[in-house]
Design a protein around this ligand. Sequence first.
Ligand SMILES: Cc1ncc(COP(=O)(O)O)c(C=O)c1O
Length: 412
Amino acid sequence: MALYNFNKSIDLFVRAAKKMPGGIYGHMSPALTVPGSFPYYAAGGKGSHYWDVDGNEFIDYICAYGPMVTGYNHPKVEEAVRNQRELGNCFNHPGEVMVELAEYITDLIPIADWVVFAKNGSDVTTWSLQVAREYTERPKVIMAKGTYHGAHAWCTPGHGGIIEEDRAHIDYFKFNDIESFYRVVEKNKGKIAAAILTPYNHPTFADQELPVDGWWSKVQKTCNEEGIVLILDDVRAGFRLDLRGSNEYFGFKPDMACYCKAIANGYPLSACVGNDKLKNAASKVFLTGSYWNSAEPMVAALANLKLMKETNAVAHMMDIGTRLGKGLSDLATSHGLRVKYSGPPTIPFLRFANEENFFRNQRFCTEVTRRGAFFHPSHNWFISAAHTDEDLEKTFKYADEAFAIVKKEFGS
Ligand SMILES: Cc1ncc(COP(=O)(O)O)c(C=O)c1O
């Protein structure tokens, strides 16, 4: 089969780099894949597939880094957005849909007595800390070292433009290490406004780490006893483990939870929900943005969430992700290779078990991607409700060829 090339992507990137710092920002930067061996610019998409500017079509296992969940260009979501667009998107006031969406989300998510909306995950993770500080009248925030909570100064993994004071009130524990959690609580006793955590640990360039037994019950108990507001950052995992919030999947109750990515199938929307005790404090923390009341993303979210519920989308994604993991692991074994497939089935990650440097993974993912299924070598993958058995079959064929190349070049 003819392997894909990315000539137009590369040309566009060269043009972009002349006019834009870094050419492409952040997690979509070519530096995080294998420069020259992956697409840089997308042209369109349908269902579980998208195509790039060179005309290459991919079965997509990254799903726009999470937002695509019911399928690119889903007719039901698009119809809702089209209807709204005919009326207009951005006005002097929010539309009725904002109230409908607020009602829908607070019915859907058991811990939610209220909800607010913004655009990006970082908007709501940062805002939630302000609410916790307003409520507790305390300054400190604790988080797991290395966890991504967004691109704002208190949490960005970048170093550019950051000063010591930005993090003066942030302290760190290790995810899944309850003694380190107790130590950081003790060290900052009486001063901690919030503990902000993801439902499980999803680092880049590493295995995904599910919570160990007792982790969440101990974290929650300590927060309750110490008057610390427990915030769940469900921006990445939200609506892919349990439609009612990932805390329902792992069995605990945060005071607030932040959502984004899968909420509106690619339309720009994030949300923060919270319980009653925080509602008054939440009303005192200024929250706005030029587009935060726009109607189109809200109709998209309503259509998308209803669709996921009606079609039992999470169960389908779990099934696809489980079979993808089994199929890839079996294929690797058949080539005499060892892979580790980690994380929940709907947000998995694969690496080669006997290496730390990711060279095999880069080669493997490059070869699969150049055949027609987009696998990322360092960032966790995402499964969508649009993935099909046929997608899996084709993916296994590409993976079989790619494993053979890895075996030939690297040995076992
Ligand atoms: C766990 C988590 N929190 C927060 C964010 C920030 O979201 P956004 O990029 O929409 O600002 C992300 C984005 O990947 C995330 O994965």
